[in-house]
Ligand binder design. Structure first.
Ligand code: CA
Length: 525
């Protein structure tokens, strides 16, 4: 009798211990990270762009049920570098991936998926990767080679090339959901669902051609920007809708890889409109306006499929009862220009490319319908996911912990300034290398090939469209001095090397030097 009661007590202890462990494990949240490529916040209806470009009900649902971040900034506004920052929680100069042109991700370095995997998470990534080396830290991966293509894309599944029929956004969604359905349901999981869309060349699913019923879109105030008031860099770029968009971008030539049946649908939309365009023989501003409208039809068309994908993921989480214990994140690798300053593309420290959309839902940890205006960043994701999962954060991670921010309790010492650094030059868009400091009101920018003292300063409160540098204006002397100090402090804190790296192809961006080179060349000739 005594023995039996001892045994019973011992079993009870074991039982309690096991169920406590189970409870702790059950608390480890799943992480569903949906990451699109070049998705401008202007193209998510929850962000309230005055042009009301399109409705994104599923993305808006995440904002309604969670937090919409209005000032999520990227450290280096292009595809590969942004992905390397997300994985490592580090800036480009430390994760070794500063540009798309010749960087290769060192897959042996520590990343948050690797640490989650070690902690018992099931991990998988689908879609856009763009880091040259193969993914590491994932139980399963299926990625697009390089930039990937929209129609019938080849993909690489665990090292093997596979042909996938259909539309890229649908394929990435289906493969992600299939993996989630087959997972071991006793363990937490990380699913990274990384879309190609809405990246160039902005090719919608065939079902979305004509989605806007030939709408004439409102124009941004700066569509015909003449770049006065700013320096050489802004005048010298190659990213205007007017001059740089190609006939291929504008769908004046057919997209490759369509099957004959798909091509019929594609032609039925584009061919008559292209014929009408050719007959109009547009020039000047009218031609820019036509290209702008074609661009928005195509770009927004790709976003429609992304929104549907988000809807499918939300539905799955609901049906599986996973919504409550899943951190659902929607973000893009950077922002994008939808005609502001006459541009498409990204790269600049200026608002439309620096800011990226970020929507997060984690019931019980986020308050539904919150709008947050703190300076947060894609560099914060790694640390945040690790802490949420109860995994130790490596000391050299540079981001912050978003968990108190998500809960509406932003710590008093949360960052008030942000360091930005762009490297890639001159191709593909001739944006000069630059770095700078961003606060809630100002941006101090150094285009470093222009000389050691060359800077630009923007006052977002007085000049929200960033049309005029006020650097050198005596009324900003104190502000400038403070920002210069803050910039130096951030560079030291983030361990930025003092000597700037050479630009990708070694070209000098300095117009004075360029002219001197021409004179030298003339002399030697
Ligand atoms: Ca991108």
């Amino acid at each position: 009798m005594r023995l039996a009661s001892i045994l019973f007590a011992a079993l009870a202890v074991v039982g309690v211990t096991a169920s406590a462990a189970d409870a702790a494990k059950a608390k480890q949240p799943n992480i569903v990270f949906i990451f699109s490529d070049d998705h401008a916040y202007q193209a998510i209806s929850a962000y309230g762009d005055p042009r009301k470009l399109l409705d994104t009900p599923n993305l808006d649902r995440i904002a309604k049920e969670g937090v919409r971040f209005d000032r999520c900034l990227v450290p280096n506004s292009i595809c590969g570098p942004s992905r390397a920052t997300v994985l490592t929680g580090k800036y480009s100069h430390l994760n070794g991936f500063p540009n798309n042109s010749n960087s290769r991700f060192d897959g042996t370095q520590t990343t948050f998926p690797k640490l989650l995997q070690k902690a018992g998470y099931q991990t998988a990534i689908f879609g856009k990767w763009h880091l040259a080396s193969d993914p590491t830290g994932f139980d399963h991966w299926q990625i697009l080679p390089g930039q990937g293509v929209y129609y019938n894309p080849p993909m690489i599944r665990m090292g093997e090339t596979v042909q996938e029929p259909g539309y890229v956004t649908d394929i990435i969604t289906e493969r992600s959901l299939a993996w989630m359905k087959k997972r071991d349901k006793t363990k937490p999981f990380l699913a990274m669902i990384q879309h190609k869309a809405p990246h160039r060349e902005w090719s919608p699913a065939l079902r979305h051609l004509g989605h806007d019923k030939d709408r004439v879109y409102p124009e941004p105030a700066t569509l015909f920007d003449d770049y006065e008031g700013r320096g050489f860099a802004v005048k010298d770029q190659h990213m205007t809708i007017e001059k740089i968009m190609t006939p291929f971008d504008n769908k004046l030539t057919a997209m490759p890889r369509l099957t004959p049946e798909q091509r019929k649908v594609w032609d039925a939309y584009y061919v008559p409109r292209n014929e009408k365009f050719t007959n109009m023989a547009l020039t000047g501003k009218d031609l820019v306006r036509w290209k702008y409208n074609r661009y928005l039809h195509d770009y927004l068309g790709t976003v429609k499929a992304v929104d549907e994908s988000v809807g499918a993921v939300l539905k799955y989480l609901d049906e599986e009862g996973l919504a409550d214990n899943t951190i659902l994140v929607y973000a893009s690798d950077q922002g994008f220009y939808l005609g502001e300053h006459g541009w498409f593309d990204k790269r600049w420290i200026f608002e439309e490319s620096l800011r990226t959309p970020l929507l997060v839902r984690w019931p019980g940890h986020t308050k539904a319908g919150t709008v947050n205006k703190d300076i947060v960043s894609t560099v914060d994701f790694a640390q945040t996911f690790l802490i949420a999962a109860g995994v130790a954060v490596p000391n050299d991670v540079q981001g912050g912990n978003l968990l108190p921010v998500l809960a509406g309790n932003t710590p008093a010492n949360w960052r008030k300034s942000f360091y930005y650094h762009y490297y890639e030059y001159p191709e593909p868009h001739r944006v000069q290398p630059h770095y700078g400091v961003v606060t809630d009101r100002y941006k101090l920018v150094r285009f470093y090939a222009m000389g050691p003292d060359y800077m630009e300063l923007y006052d977002l409160q007085k000049d929200p469209n960033e049309m005029k540098s006020v650097f050198g204006d005596p009324s900003y002397a104190k502000v400038t001095e403070d920002l210069q100090k803050e910039l130096a402090r951030l560079r030291q804190e983030l361990k930025v090397p003092e000597v700037e790296p050479p630009s990708v192809f070694g070209g000098s961006a300095n117009p004075a030097k360029k002219n001197q080179k021409k004179k030298d060349a003339a002399k030697t000739n």
